[in-house]
Design a protein around this ligand. Sequence first.
Ligand code: DQA
Length: 147
Amino acid sequence: ASILILNGPNLNLLGTREPEVYGHESLADVEALCRAEAATHGLDVEFAQSNHEGALIDALHAARGTHAGVVFNPGAYTHTSVALADAVSGIRLPVIEVHISNVHARESFRHHSFISPVAKSIVVGAGTNGYRLGIAQLAHLIGSGRG
Ligand code: DQA
């Protein structure tokens, strides 16, 4: 099986962007850790990032029929995008919402997520290890037929 790891706006700046919040690892480092984790579960990975809401919606739609599930960090669109939430519920794939930082310990505008009600599982505040946890959870859901 194959999974999609999808990253939203500004995550291309990972490693240099507010390292006190998001750490020093780059998005390429995250991709490497995702590929390593997925391999331990026998999963193939497509890894993608976009700063554009519509491109993220297209990527979610394209995951139908090609991927068994999605690990999704929607970035700031988490807190603004009904369209992304509709895409997540529309594709009927298990989507694991991941945030590197603990959004609940930050500004109040980060406390609400449009994605959480339609996500299968949520990983928050685990740093980049959250991607690893998200992949392990997807592997669990896919393997158990509960995806
Ligand atoms: C984030 C949290 C969001 O509030 C923020 O806008 C991001 C990154 C995280 O991974 O912690 O861009 O999704």
